[in-house]
Write a protein that binds this ligand. Structure first.
Ligand code: TXA
Ligand code: MG
Length: 351
């Protein structure tokens, strides 16, 4: 299959034929990759089983890993949910369109192909003009996972989608680099106490404040609790895995630099190629084959935005080992560390 990359101008989506062509492909049951504010998605008509099946095939995704349905109007939640919980309305008013996915009980219109066999469904209204326009113009509710091959970092640019999906899907809409760079926060509203299944840009504190109730985090995604199984099937896979062995080094800044430089020398002595994930402040202190900065330590938005691109770059450079500083920043730090810890297979070196 020939993959077309169609450039779009997010400010003038009615110009040209790209959006129309993509909407038509979705209506015909085909796959279209498109930008959202978090990461690029791989979309198909959510209510057609055979369209959803194509997503799993293109990604090489296990069929028990459910998809998120993207909508463009709040009322569309009522088309796929058994009932719309009052919490959903409150959260939508505060955070939609935006990087929050809600889990509710599904109704009979939603095929099990889309929900990976589950009786619940994940729903999100993305905060990106092209994504909203595509949903509206196609008339479809769009099931979309991140547009990467299963096990690769999520794509934050159209080029990353092309790396993984070239020849596997007909259309990639190129709306430039995304804004956030980490997947949406997932909150499960079918639990007695609303539960975060995946941390993201919308934090536990923000959710608590809007709901005015307790919000818990799935114990299955907290490293210390890794004996428990995560409730979101996708969180159990070793996602975002770079090809190299990745370890996080935690501790006081000076000690971390010293430890990483020593570890790099040891690996290089074995003839291995080594990379370091640093910050603007520390970059010049490292000696390795590749030293990459995620941005200023104080700028957590930049760290979130660059992380996946950097992991992809290390794959390209074929490094054997990567050492990364740790980023327990105040707001999205939990989400950044969740992704990094998974990429590292929970390897942490304390110094
Ligand atoms: O930001 C995002 O959420 C991006 C963009 C494209 O919207 N999408 C995304 O989709 O990250 P994906 O498929 O890569 O991740 C969806 C996660 C998986 O971990 C999946 O297991 C979980 O959501 N999930 C989906 N439906 C669920 C359900 N009914 N119950 C529990 N977990 C669910
Ligand atoms: Mg994904």
């Amino acid at each position: 299959m020939q993959t077309k990359i169609l450039k779009i101008d997010n400010d003038h989506l009615d110009d040209g034929s790209a959006m129309r062509e993509a909407a038509e492909a979705l209506r015909a049951g085909e796959l279209v990759a498109f930008p959202t504010e978090t990461v690029y998605g791989l979309g198909a008509d959510a209510l057609r089983p055979e369209a959803a099946r194509k997503i799993y095939a293109a990604k090489g995704r296990p069929s028990d890993n459910p998809l998120i349905i993207h909508i463009c109007k709040f009322e569309q939640l009522g088309l796929i949910a058994r009932e719309v919980p009052p919490e959903a309305k409150k959260l939508a008013e505060a955070f939609w369109p935006g990087p929050l996915t809600m889990i509710v009980w599904k109704n009979e219109k939603v095929p099990y192909e889309t929900t990976g066999g589950m009786d619940t469904v994940a729903v999100r209204m993305p905060g990106h003009p092209a994504a909203l326009k595509l949903i509206e113009q196609s008339g479809c509710l769009i099931a979309a996972p991140s547009a990467n091959l299963s096990g690769r970092p999520s794509p934050t640019e159209a080029e990353h989608v092309a790396e993984d999906m070239d020849g596997r899907i007909p259309i990639i809409l190129d709306g430039g680099p995304v804004g956030i760079g980490l997947e949406s926060t997932i909150i499960d509203l079918t639990e007695k106490t609303p539960m975060i299944l995946r941390p993201g840009y919308i934090t536990q504190a923000m959710l608590r404040e809007v709901l005015g109730t307790e919000v818990v985090t799935d114990p299955g995604i907290i490293a210390a609790d890794s004996a428990k199984k995560p409730k979101a099937p996708g969180m159990k896979y070793r996602h975002y895995a770079p090809k190299a062995d990745l370890a996080l080094v935690e501790g006081e800044a000076g000690a971390v630099i010293e430890a990483i430089n020593r570890l790099v020398r040891e690996k290089q002595a074995e003839g291995l190629k080594v990379g370091v994930i640093a910050t603007d402040e520390t970059k010049s202190f490292y000696r390795a084959d590749y030293v990459v900065t995620v941005g200023a330590r104080s700028d957590e938005d930049a760290i979130a935005k660059h992380l996946y691109k950097i992991l992809r770059e290390f794959d390209e450079w074929k490094v054997d080992a990567i050492y990364s500083e740790s980023f327990s920043t105040p707001r999205i730090g939990q989400a950044i560390m969740n992704r990094l810890m998974k990429a590292a297979g929970h390897q942490v070196i304390n110094v």
